[in-house]
Structure formats: structure tokens, C-alpha cells
Design a protein. Sequence first.
Length: 186
Amino acid sequence: MNFVKYSLFPTLVLFFPQFINSKECEKIFKLLESKKRSDHLTLIKGKSSHNESYDILSETSIDLTNAIQEYSNQSSFKLQNKVSNSWFNIQEKDSVLIEHSHPNSIISGAIFINVEPQSSRIYFHNPNPLIYYTPTKDKVNEYTHEVVSFQPEIGDLILFPSWIRHGSNHTKNLSDKRVVISFNTL
């Protein structure tokens, strides 16, 4: 039997392990703890600077230029390579990051400043809403995943298309302070 296989509509996620070192993360963690933060709709039992007027990345030495350019090269997304906004979240023990996406941007990212092995994972949800109703065989593969998760470590960076829904998949964070800087790019 002859056939041609096409993998249609794949979603690019780039993972940069230890994008920044642990000493830099410690320095940034101290800065973030001193900043004002408040409740946010995507967090249960956590605080965010999302509603504040400052752009947190501008107060750090983190340079995302090469990583964003690499995402643009790999995806062919036309980007200005400009961070349009950034904020941070501090999640307490038993907090949950509700599934959401980032409108009005092209790619988004998360830099994990303070995480532990018991910190919640980041889950990406399949953008095809019907995948949840499609019967599958026992083996899960790139065509049948409902969610894919990553267990972040300190200093990791992850870049993804802003439209993909992500969160903690209703799992509770089990570490005392899960700290992430998030950002959007144009």
C-alpha cells in the first residue's frame, strides 16, 4: 500500500535549559520579592505583577534577543523581536495556574526563577478542541496528545506561540514559592 504522510499544523515550543544561571536567578528572586503584586484571574492562591505598571524584564539583565530570534528562525513567524510586556507570578503552596492564552502577541515565554522538583509543571493543551472526544489506541503520540507538560528547573526558558492554552492543568503547586517571569513579544 502506497501513502504519503503529512504532519499538519504542528506547534513549535522551544525549551532553553538553564537559560540563566542560578546566581542570577537568586538576584532576580530578591528583586521580585520586593515588588508590588496582587491577585490575578489566572492564579488561585498566588500573586502577580501583571496589573502593575512596570515592565519587570527591563529591571533585569536578561537578554532574550537571541532566543526570540531563534524562535522566529525555526517557526518562520515574522517578529519585531520586541518584548511588548512582562510580569511575574509568585505562587504559594497549593496554588493553581488556570489554563489561559496570551492575546495580542505572537510568541510568549516563561523564565523559571525559583522552582523545585515539587513545583507544578507547565502544561500545554492541544489547540484542537475535538481531540478530547476522539477515541485513541493505548499509545499516545504527537497526533493524540491532549496535553504535554514540562517540569521546569531554575533558569529554564520556554517559548511558545501566544495562542496556545497553558497552565498547571488543575494540579496544585507543592513548593513554597514558584516564581516565573512571563512575557509577550511582537
